[in-house]
Design a binder for this molecule. Sequence first.
Ligand SMILES: [Zn+2]
Length: 268
Amino acid sequence: MGCCKCEEHGWLDPQDVVWKDPADGKGYCVFHAPVKDAEITAKAFNSLVMKRIFENYCSDDGSVCQLTGIVVPGVFKFPEYEHKIGVRVNLSNSVFAGAVSISKTATSGLDFRNVIFKDSFSASHARLISTSFKECKFCKTVKCISSEFIGVDFSSAQFIGFADFSMSTFGRVNDTNLSENERTNFSNASFQNRAKYSETNFIEYVDFSNIRTRKQKISINAVSEESIKKILFKSNDVEFISIKICSFKMFLSGRPSLMLYTFSRTVK
Ligand SMILES: [Zn+2]
């Protein structure tokens, strides 16, 4: 009997069992064991993951690294720019027990669908392209500062802690011909704490339709008039969004109300 999770997630190279659940006798490999053997430290575990990303592309055509359903025991930091991640990595349905950070790196095709981030998540000076956080649960703070998001999917994600996307850019700088799937999507996301988009640059359309908030409105502050035009939401989302101090020029131009102006940009 191999690892039950490798089997469940269809790994093409099922790993050796390192731990058996005394309750039901099911076996788990080092990547999937919910309880890590004392022999493996968080650092050693992370090395195994990175080794798999860089050396072992195990999908049918070798283009997707399969890391579905893994249980990461501690802090996880994606390598910095010099190790630019060039392969698509499927980390869907995984659990990260410690803080996760992606900084000063460019990645394309990371798949975090339905991942649970039990601790904080941060991306600073990172470039994330075609990355999915669909249905993710961010249990603590999300801090994505001065990063670039191109075709990133946060739809139906749950932000339980404070979410900060200040000084980040949504869209590709100097390229306005993005296809629809390169837009960033926050539709149906739920924000249970404060969310801040301050001095954020919306180059491409970003979909905020059907969002939900619990405590405070999402604040979009100090963004340009051009950026405001790229924010999509439905009229019933207005109660969840606050747009302030956005464009000095807009007040001078005599527009009667910033909110009325943004109402006209809502999606059907
Ligand atoms: Zn396994």
